[in-house]
Design a protein around this ligand. Structure first.
Ligand code: SF4
Length: 253
C-alpha cells in the first residue's frame, strides 16, 4: 500500500509491526541489513503476491503468530549434523536435539543435557526427567503430546552451566525449533532457558509466575526440575505456574 494512502491508525499499526519485527531480528542476532540494489530487487521479486487480491490477516502486532519458516524439525536436525560449532562438542557422547510431537501445543525447554541424556541422546531422562514426566502427567498430558528440548544440545562437562559463547552458538537451533513447532505455550525450565528465550538478564524468580510474549507465543518461565530436586519446597510455585499453562491450553484441572 502506498504510504500516502495509509490513514493514521494504519500508519501506527505498521510502525508498531515494523518495530516488533526489528526487535525480534535484533533478538535473533541481526545487526544490520543488506540494502544493495541487487538485494532490494531480489526482495521485490520475492514479495510479489502469487495471486491478485491477497490480503494480509488482520492481527494486532502482539497477536501476529510466528511466521512459518517452512523448515521441519528434521531439516533443522539435519543442518545441525555432527555439530562442532562450540567447545561442548569435544566432551559429548550424543547430541540431544529434542523429542516429542511436532504438533505440540506445549514445548518444554531446559538448559542442557546431563549424564543420562548425553548417554541416551534423549532429553530429560535422568532424575530431573522423571520429575518432569510427573509434572507433565499431572497436567493430563504425556511426553508424546508435548515437545522437549534444551538450550544447548551437548552436555556441559561436569554438568556446569553453559557459557555465553556456547549458548550463543546453539541458540539459532533452538530458535529454529520454536519457529518450526510454533506452539501455543513454551515452558522455560530454569534461568538459562528463560533468559535465552526472552533475551533478558532477569532472574528466574522474577520471571516465573506469569506469561511473557515471544512473537505471539506465550512463555511461562518456571523453576527447573533439577532445582526442585534440591529444593522441593518450590514445587508449589511450579504447580501454580503449570495450572496457568493448563488454563491457557484449556485443560480442565
Ligand atoms: S552445544 Fe550446540 S552449538 Fe555447541 S556443539 Fe553442541 S550442538 Fe553444536
Amino acid at each position: 500500500m502506498p504510504l500516502e494512502s495509509l490513514d493514521a491508525s494504519d500508519f501506527t499499526e505498521t510502525l508498531l509491526a515494523l518495530r516488533n519485527h526489528l526487535e525480534q531480528m535484533a533478538r535473533w542476532g541481526c545487526r544490520g541489513f543488506d540494502c544493495s540494489p541487487a538485494s532490494l530487487a531480489l526482495l521485490q521479486e520475492w514479495s510479489r503476491p502469487p495471486a491478485e487480491n491477497v490480503k494480509a490477516p488482520a492481527h494486532s502486532p502482539k497477536e501476529t503468530p510466528l511466521p512459518s519458516t517452512g523448515e521441519t524439525l528434521e531439516d533443522i536436525r539435519s543442518d545441525l549434523g555432527e555439530c562442532r560449532r562450540c567447545g561442548l562438542s569435544a566432551g559429548r557422547t550424543h547430541i540431544v536435539f529434542g523429542e516429542g510431537s511436532p504438533d505440540a501445543e506445549l514445548v518444554f525447554v531446559g538448559e542442557g543435557p546431563g549424564f543420562e541424556e548425553d548417554r541416551s541422546g534423549r532429553p530429560f531422562v535422568g532424575p530431573a526427567g522423571e520429575l518432569l514426566a510427573r509434572i507433565i502427567e499431572a497436567m493430563k498430558l504425556t511426553r508424546e503430546k508435548v515437545y522437549i528440548c534444551n538450550v544447548v544440545k551437548c552436555r556441559p562437562p561436569e554438568n556446569r552451566n553453559p557459557e555465553p559463547a556456547e549458548i550463543q552458538a546453539c541458540r539459532p537451533f533452538l530458535q529454529r525449533q520454536v519457529a518450526a513447532l510454533r506452539p501455543k505455550v513454551i515452558c522455560a525450565l530454569g534461568t538459562f532457558a528463560a533468559q535465552t528465550l526472552l533475551d533478558t538478564p532477569q532472574a528466574i524468580s522474577a520471571l516465573r509466575g506469569h506469561f511473557h510474549d515471544l512473537n505471539g507465543i506465550k512463555v511461562m518461565p518456571t523453576f527447573h526440575p533439577s532445582y526442585l530436586l534440591r529444593h522441593p519446597e518450590y514445587k508449589r510455585e511450579v504447580w501454580a505456574d503449570m495450572k496457568k499453562v493448563m488454563a491457557l491450553l484449556r485443560i480442565p484441572l
